[in-house]
Design a protein around this ligand. Structure first.
Ligand SMILES: Cc1cc2nc3c(=O)[nH]c(=O)nc-3n(C[C@H](O)[C@H](O)[C@H](O)COP(=O)(O)OP(=O)(O)OC[C@H]3O[C@@H](n4cnc5c(N)ncnc54)[C@H](O)[C@@H]3O)c2cc1C
Length: 447
């Protein structure tokens, strides 16, 4: 009997359980040894079948849009995960190649394959590619959201309000602790594996953009948990007042950990709920409603990274203003190297390029200004996604597509019409300075 809510469990093929040597958990999205529904489901299945559990991670040499910065951070987290799995008596192999092919290879001797859920196009394609070819049952377990996406809503949600109404009544059902259990049979495999502790060698095997350097921001589940505790003690009490103020660093900084699945959103939500009160509610609105609105967007909208994925009213109004005069048109190279005439924007872009992070409010401003400095809104979308995904530690996430899309009207409502923006909500340097004064470079860096 599994401890996982049935709504999180999605069989991906109709193959039977076979008599294999182990149960395989193909880990990709939920890169953690704790509070991981896919892992715990696999433990239960292995116990039921009286088999050991093997976890495999496929290291693709060229993951879409990933740079050295992303890989270095991910591998640091994976090192801790590999060790924690081994301590729990679970086998771990790390292999270089195309992840579904590596998983298929190991699936030939497995009784069943369990995997976690990814919401983006290529993540879904990988899982289906394995499920179609595997000789055994393949089950996907959804563990990186609070409310499973198809239970939350069966179609695209046009706004946070729509999703909030659906999700709120379901929270008590899905906000439940998940107790870890060691498998009954300890794993003792001699499978070929790369050494997860040899980061330097692993990085040398990749075919990625080496120009985006790693950042000194600690990765992994322990670092995520420490950051969460520090946030609860120091920042949560000021969260609703100051979260939008870029002069203060009161947000949690948990987005990269969530992106790489190094911490569970359910674990975070339960810890924050324990504190309770309006500050906790404000945080949970971002962590659950806003974040899961982004999951809803990429899951139900096949054009989530294209112009066609934006709402019709937003595309029409932006197109109607294409001929409006722009104060300046900057090339991608000028934007990327932070050479505009706007010191706030330049500081935000420099912080992103150097540290991999940017404050949420500045992200909105940063994305909106791209509309003013590009000849066409399609270009603003393309450049916004390119820069965000190349440099942000939490980039290439459902939130990346929803966040940049929001700057162009996604999940928002029409506002009074104005130049360039049309009916899309505008943000201007004057408005920014009225609210926050001149933001100096130093406050754009996080600790
Ligand atoms: C142009 C633009 C680009 C963005 N790109 C990304 C991105 O690449 N990756 C990313 O994770 N987020 C992105 N966001 C959303 C948001 O800015 C970040 O999630 C947030 O700033 C992360 O900081 P934090 O973890 O300290 O947030 P906190 O305020 O501490 O919030 C906790 C968690 O809630 C979620 N969250 C917070 N704000 C939002 C939001 N507006 N929408 C959806 N989820 C939210 C995140 O998972 C976050 O980690 C983008 C927003 C914009 C406007």
């Amino acid at each position: 009997m599994t401890r996982i809510e049935p709504e999180r469990i999605h069989p991906l093929n109709s193959q039977p359980l076979t008599s294999g040597q182990y149960v395989l958990y193909w880990m990709q999205a939920s890169q953690r040894a704790f509070w991981n529904p896919a892992l715990e489901f696999a433990v239960d299945l292995a116990d039921e079948q009286r088999l050991p559990l093997l976890v495999c991670f496929g290291l693709t040499p060229h993951y879409p849009e990933a740079t050295l910065r992303h890989y270095a951070w991910m591998l640091e987290g994976l090192r801790e995960t590999a060790q924690a799995l081994q301590e729990r008596g679970i086998g771990f192999v790390l292999q270089l190649g195309h992840p579904p092919d590596l998983a298929l290879d190991l699936a030939r001797n497995a009784a069943a394959v369990v995997t976690d859920r990814g919401y983006l196009r290529h993540q879904r394609a990988w899982r289906h590619s394995l499920a179609e070819r595997a000789p055994c049952l393949v089950v996907e377990v959804e563990g990186d959201c609070v409310v499973p996406i198809e239970i939350a809503y069966t179609r695209p949600a046009v706004s946070a309000a729509v999703l909030r109404r659906r999700i709120q009544p379901m929270l008590s059902r899905f906000l439940k602790p998940l107790q870890e259990r060691a498998p009954r049979i300890r794993a003792n495999f001699s499978k070929p594996t790369l050494d997860p502790t040899d980061t330097e060698r692993l990085l040398s095997l990749l075919e990625v953009d080496q120009t985006v350097k790693p950042v000194s921001f600690p990765a992994g589940t322990s670092a995520a948990r420490q950051r969460l505790q520090r946030f609860l003690e120091k920042s949560l009490p000021r969260y609703s007042d100051l979260r939008s103020d870029p002069r203060h660093d009161v947000t949690s900084g948990l987005s990269p950990y969530l992106h790489f699945g190094q911490i569970s959103p359910v674990e975070i939500a339960l810890e924050v709920s324990r504190v309770g009160g309006p500050e906790a509610d404000a945080f949970l609105e971002e962590l659950i409603v806003r974040r899961e609105l982004a999951l809803n967007f990429v899951w139900y909208n096949p054009d989530y990274d294209r112009w066609e994925g934006l709402p019709r009213w937003a595309r029409e109004t932006l197109q109607a203003h294409v001929a409006d005069p722009r104060p300046a048109i900057y090339t991608l190279e000028e934007l990327e190297s932070a050479r505009t005439d706007d010191p706030i924007w330049n500081a935000a872009q420099s912080a992103l390029a150097q540290t991999g992070r940017m404050h949420n409010y500045l992200r909105m401003y940063w994305g909106k200004r791209l509309l003013v400095w590009t000849a066409r809104p399609e270009e603003a979308l393309r450049i916004g996604l390119y820069l965000n995904n190349k440099y942000a530690l939490d980039g290439r996430d459902p939130n990346s597509y929803a966040g940049v899309g929001w700057c162009l009207g996604l999940h928002d409502r029409p506002f009074p019409e104005r130049l360039i923006f049309g009916k899309v909500r505008a943000m201007t340097p004057e408005g920014f300075q009225r609210k926050y004064g001149t933001v100096e470079q130093r406050v754009l860096h996080f600790d």
